[in-house]
Design a protein around this ligand. Sequence first.
Ligand SMILES: [Zn+2]
Length: 112
Amino acid sequence: MKLGRIYPKEALRARAQYWIERLNARPKVVRIQNMKRKWGSCSTRGVVTLSTDLSHESRPTQDVVIVHELLHLKIRNHGRVFKALMSAYAPNWRSVLTGTCTMGDDQVVRSK
Ligand SMILES: [Zn+2]
């Protein structure tokens, strides 16, 4: 394993922890693993998964995905309340996720 790839991943994990505390979210576990076609997912059992590639994105982008998945632990749709909370915590979510998060699916699909 290359050392250079460990630190961004740990930084992403730390960011996830920050949001877990701020949102008072209770994921069963947060995984960071390679996912080619999506940034993150949230299972019905409370497992939040973030893409390793997300660790190389900007912090605002990371925040959008992390907040999105953590909010899904409480709200399992993309309704008005969900959008209001996204706007409150990660105001740039529309620019990051426009057209990339499919309704009824708990996975944030990558735009690139
Ligand atoms: Zn979603």
